[in-house]
Design a protein. Structure first.
Length: 130
């Protein structure tokens, strides 16, 4: 896949969601990020400083392999780290709010409109209304 340039986060967001087209990828992101965040906060509160790196270690430790083995693409964070972090927070927020189907719809729309972004593991849900 070609390197993408975006003028704004709003332009980046549908691409970010498309790179997480499969629910299993999104749920692995949520699991790693929330577990890492809880351990990092616990480390800060209890003075167990060795737990502080849990967020990036577990967050990326769950996320990156999900891209390589499920989506079969490269993580968006490689080219757009700040926007990817913002996207991860927004994606997880929607998931926790019960809006995972919305993410599938956004991913499907982006991948239908931009077939160059599809990877061998991309999921294009044609049955979900555009």
């Amino acid at each position: 896949m070609a390197k993408h340039e975006f003028a704004s986060y709003e332009e980046f967001w549908p691409y970010y969601v498309a790179m997480h087209s499969r629910a299993s990828t999104r749920w692995l992101h949520l699991t790693g990020t929330l577990t890492g965040a809880l351990l990092s906060v616990a480390g800060a509160v209890t003075g167990r400083w060795f737990l502080l790196p849990a967020l990036p270690v577990l967050g990326y430790g769950f996320a990156w392999p999900s891209h390589w083995f499920i989506e079969r693409n490269n993580p968006a964070s490689f080219g757009h780290p700040a926007w990817s972090f913002r996207g991860d927070v927004a994606m997880i927020g929607r998931m926790l709010a019960g809006r995972d189907r919305e993410l599938t719809r956004i991913a499907s729309q982006r991948l239908r409109a931009h077939p160059e972004d599809r990877s061998a593991g991309s999921f294009v849900a044609e049955s979900i209304a555009a």
